[in-house]
Design a protein around this ligand. Structure first.
Ligand code: GLY
Length: 432
């Protein structure tokens, strides 16, 4: 196998990108505090988990059937999950780190967070950790059995290339993109998401997040096929995943002729509910697709999704419940990861939309809430994660009210984007 190692020698260092506001500006204290805390947490986590050769994903949680069904507002005895529920952790495992290998869909987020923390602070030890953890993902380029390749490779190697360019990364990105494109079916017009479960051809809204990898490969190779596949996937998803109010289904399964087999949820409350993170993936995905194509249809769609989220997200601090239709109650778990994805997507949307100010204000509200003591970890706690109170998949009893590595990743990304916008720069610096 080709050895796609990221070499540090010759990689340009960045000095801290602390342009714009400084800590002497009191109104930005929340931002400086969040960056400082994030760097400390990530430094500690990178040391603590280094010898395992694994990636921190979350802290293990537990659940009861009564809790799950109360959240889904169904009788306990009618609950029939399509995939079996997570095993209960032992007392010793409870709140202990859940570590994963390179093949887990979340493997790119921890290295990506290290890159963003390096970008925000200029701290070379964070960069060294980022290089180390990124290099452990090299085998992702051989994977063909998942659509999550965009998450895994863009967040890690994509940011690595942006901050420490290296030719071998270009090759790895193109190879991985070929594997992602290999999951595309011409008669359906979509990339297949999952290879498990009872569906004929499942496509989940999350898949919009993987398209950027294809656009990057088109740029790197000049082969427009990558971009055509990405556009067709975005178009098919626009036609089939969305309801009239621009909320979306989580899963659409297709028949072989491209007609719809089923529309339903997997991680949300009900088939007709609006799973919060899924709405975030949609907003972010179409904003990004507009950036990659300049096609105004995607921009208009992103705006409609953003407006739907603003209208329907009903918590006071803006951090959504795990599902926008979850019971309104103090005991309903929040999803800080959804808030972070929405904030990051809305910051990009704010600079391309005619109604940009509205989106920037909303993103700022979310970021300030996430940076408050309610969500931001106390130094040295939280297993080295930055944010508390995210939810992975409540209907599976999985990762309920816990830190998640992708909440941290999109939070840091949003902070980078926010600082750039405030400093008069484009929110997003291209990876390639
Ligand atoms: N892509 C899986 C999730 O958002 O939980």
């Amino acid at each position: 196998m080709k050895n796609y190692l990221l070499i540090l020698v010759g990689a340009a260092s960045i000095s801290s990108c602390n342009s714009g506001n400084t800590s002497s500006d009191n109104s930005m204290e929340w931002l400086d505090n969040a960056i400082e805390l994030s760097a400390v947490q990530l430094q500690e986590a990178s040391e603590r988990y280094d010898s395992t050769m694994l990636f921190p994903r979350s802290l293990k949680t537990d659940y009861s059937l009564e809790q799950l069904t109360a959240q889904m507002e169904i009788p306990v005895d009618s609950f029939k999950p399509e995939i079996e529920l997570l095993k209960h952790p032992t007392a010793e495992e409870y709140r202990q780190p859940y570590l994963v290998g390179y093949a887990d869909w979340t493997s790119g987020f921890f290295p990506g967070s290290l890159w963003y923390a390096y970008e925000l602070t200029g701290d070379e030890t964070l960069k060294e950790a980022a290089v180390r953890y990124t290099n452990r993902l090299v085998k992702v380029a051989d994977m063909t059995d998942t659509h999550d390749l965009g998450f895994m490779v863009n967040c890690s190697y994509g940011n690595a290339y942006r901050l420490a360019p290296n030719d071998t990364i270009r090759e790895l990105v193109v190879k991985t993109a070929r594997n992602l494109a290999g999951r595309y079916d011409q008669s359906i017009g979509c990339i297949r998401s999952w290879d498990f479960g009872p569906w004929n051809y499942p496509v989940i809204i999350d898949n919009m997040m993987n398209l950027d990898l294809l656009f990057n490969a088109a740029k790197l190779t000049g082969d427009s096929t990558f971009a055509e596949i990405a556009r067709r996937h975005a178009d098919t998803t626009m036609s089939n995943h969305f309801r009239d109010d621009f909320s979306c289904y989580h899963v659409v399964s297709y028949n072989d002729d491209g007609s719809r087999q089923r529309r339903q949820t997997f991680q949300g409350k009900a088939d007709e509910s609006s799973w919060s993170r899924g709405q975030g993936w949609a907003l972010y995905g179409y904003t990004e697709t507009y950036r990659n194509t300049g096609d105004k249809r995607y921009l208009r769609h992103a705006e409609k999704v953003a407006d739907m989220i603003i209208a329907r997200n009903n918590t006071e601090d803006g951090i959504p419940y795990w599902d926008l239709d979850a019971p309104e109650s103090d005991s309903t778990p929040r999803d800080a990861s959804a808030a972070a994805v929405i904030a990051s997507g809305m910051i990009e949307l704010s600079e391309i939309s005619e109604e940009g100010e509205k989106y920037l204000e909303y993103a700022e509200k979310l970021l300030k809430a996430l940076a408050s003591p309610e969500y931001l970890a106390e130094r040295g706690s939280n297993g080295g994660f930055i944010l508390r109170h995210s939810t992975g998949s409540l209907p599976h009893g999985s990762e309920i009210d816990t830190p998640l590595n992708y909440a941290d990743y999109y939070f840091l990304e949003a902070l980078v984007r926010y600082k750039r916008v405030k400093a008069g720069k484009r929110a997003v610096e291209p990876m390639f």
